[in-house]
Design a protein around this ligand. Structure first.
Ligand SMILES: Cc1cc2nc3c(=O)[nH]c(=O)nc-3n(C[C@H](O)[C@H](O)[C@H](O)COP(=O)(O)OP(=O)(O)OC[C@H]3O[C@@H](n4cnc5c(N)ncnc54)[C@H](O)[C@@H]3O)c2cc1C
Length: 343
């Protein structure tokens, strides 16, 4: 007897499945394309916080999720024997000028309050090391909350952990129990067809992998680009943001622009060879926030979508609130994140 059918084996579907299985539920996962076939099969994997100011439920939810991530990924990796590539090595960002430094210094205080002493945001003098962004002001912002993982491997790690609990990903199966639609962009497009108002759509992103060994060093955000040193001796560079696109998986000159921006911002990457290029489509709900909870007018059906640019960062907490709702009927979804908020 299956308690929950999850349709979609991206990071949202797999994480929700994992949270439910851990609480003893019988789960089946259905995806005609296999696990990680959508935007979750990518290469970037920044788990980076919002700026610590103008606090709101979305930032609080994301903070909780980022703080849960270390334990979540350690459990997953241990259970299935596949490493998700998670490391909390912080982040460095350049400071443009004196005004930007004053703002960044003010945020040291707000971070202390809002991040509850769990992580630091501080302004430091640029250290004399090669792995850093050029900083016009001679200072960097360093935070110790940012972490990263390898998205494709994180999906593999969840698949292995679930398999160890007897749960596989199948290409088709009839509904049984509560049904969760974690179907990414295809799910948003289906909702747009059903509802008269747009519920969201896709935003394409292109990213690249460079061969450069910076494992264990902080991620960088410079020149508008996320630069992620993975634990396998590669560095991910991302991403473009394209609301209009034709082919969802091709890469083009826009990606070369992102790579050039990364090389300009971080001189040590100037000659690092590109070893892979990748593109996918992020699911963006109309509200730009995750879209979670019961599917109105469709009893027994639920939606988990809208991960947009931070689906991996949100996944541990999304999984928790969806499991609370599915298994205990306890709705802990923050205002602004419900399916209704997009209707
Ligand atoms: C270039 C790029 C860079 C990114 N960088 C980051 C980052 O640094 N940090 C971060 O946190 N996030 C990042 N993201 C965003 C993140 O990848 C997404 O938010 C996340 O992958 C969304 O996960 P999902 O499970 O909702 O959707 P998807 O991964 O798209 O999964 C949906 C799944 O549903 C399946 N499906 C579709 N229709 C059906 C159906 N009818 N029945 C069953 N299954 C179905 C598909 O095959 C697919 O496997 C990035 C995205 C891109 C494109």
């Amino acid at each position: 007897m299956t308690d929950i059918t999850i349709r979609g084996a991206g990071i949202f579907g797999l994480s929700i499945a994992w949270a439910c299985v851990q609480r003893g539920a019988a789960v089946q996962i259905v995806d005609p394309n296999g696990a990680g076939a959508g935007s979750s099969g990518g290469i970037v994997g920044a788990l980076a916080p919002h700026v610590p100011e103008n606090w709101n439920p979305k930032k609080a939810f994301q903070l909780e999720s980022l703080l849960m991530a270390e334990g979540f990924w350690a459990d997953v990796s241990r259970a299935g024997g596949v490493d998700a590539g998670y490391a909390r090595t912080g982040r460095l960002q350049p400071v443009a000028d004196a005004a930007a430094r004053a703002l960044a210094l003010a945020r040291e205080g707000t971070a202390r309050d809002l991040w509850q002493g769990r992580a630091l945001w501080e302004v430091i003098a640029t250290p004399d090391t090669p792995w850093q962004p050029d900083s016009p002001d001679g200072h960097l912002i360093r935070d110790t909350l940012s972490a990263h993982l390898h998205p494709r491997r994180a999906c593999d790690a969840l698949v292995a952990a679930l398999r160890a609990q007897g749960v596989g990903v199948v290409s088709e199966a009839p509904d049984s129990g509560a049904v969760v639609w974690a179907t990414g962009v295809a799910g948003l497009e289906a909702l747009n067809f059903i509802h008269t108002r747009s519920m969201g759509g896709g935003v394409k992103g292109q990213a690249a992998l460079l061969h450069y060994d910076a494992r264990g060093l902080p991620q960088l955000f410079a020149g508008g680009v996320h630069i992620i040193p993975h634990l396998d001796g590669t560095v991910a560079i991302g991403s473009t943001s394209e609301s209009e696109y034709g082919d969802s998986t091709s890469t083009d000159a826009q990606l070369e622009g992102v790579i050039a921006a990364a090389r300009a911002a971080v001189p040590v990457l100037a000659n690092a060879p590109v070893i892979a290029r990748w593109a996918g489509v992020r699911p963006r709900a109309r509200s730009r926030s995750p879209m979670l909870g019961a599917w109105p007018q469709r009893a027994g059906h639920y939606i988990a979508n809208g991960g947009f640019k931070i689906g991996f960062g949100m996944a541990p907490k999304v999984a928790q609130v969806m499991a609370d709702l599915l298994l205990d009927g306890h709705d802990t979804i923050p205002d602004g994140f419900r399916v209704d908020d997009n209707l």
